[in-house]
Write a protein that binds this ligand. Sequence first.
Ligand code: TZP
Ligand code: MG
Length: 221
Amino acid sequence: ERGEQAPTPGRQEAFPDCGPRPLGIYPVVDRAAWLERLLPCGVTTIQLRVKDLAGAALAREVATAVRIARAFDARLFVNDHWRLALDHGAYGVHLGQEDLAGADLPELRRAGLRLGISTHCLWELARALTHQPSYVACGPVYATTSKIMPWRPQGLAGLARWRQLVGRRPLVAIGGIDTRRAAAVAAAGADGVAMISALTGSDNPQDTARALVRQFRRHYR
Ligand code: TZP
Ligand code: MG
């Protein structure tokens, strides 16, 4: 007699979760070839963040990354390029605040993709939470040289504050994290520890990745 229930405006369904395995060491890389190098080291979550390609070359990177991630049963998040992530069946997408308005979030959710959102201040965090994302990223935790960053570092205190506010969903820490800092970041409540330069700039990225994965497993045991 009532008919169909109209969707409540402003109420959104949650994005799927990231499964029972902690996100762990979360390398952020600019080419699919990095997946070949890092996934054999025990990394289970990785982000493809390509800022310098377009068209067929970009699509090829995404397709290759998806194929490698599947072979390792790893969770691949594609930064920015949500349509390519959809087309190629990535595990999820990672979007910044400035990307949210342009992305078809309902379509991503229907397709079962996960969504991670960057946040740099409490206002951005509040906005991110309205989308019920699969995880929230907090950064920069420390000063970073990998990105021009108008935001001041949150530090471990900021991370702990985020931890209280994000509730049960995973929290990813990013910005200036290296092998010396990873344990403290995990102890402050991060489920995922994202890194660019500590891995891609390492003399031996595979040794570094293996050491970090070992360290992280110990922390979560
Ligand atoms: N978002 C916040 S900090 C950052 C991004 C993409 C860069 C992190 O790179 P690094 O080298 O691990 O500091
Ligand atoms: Mg972006």
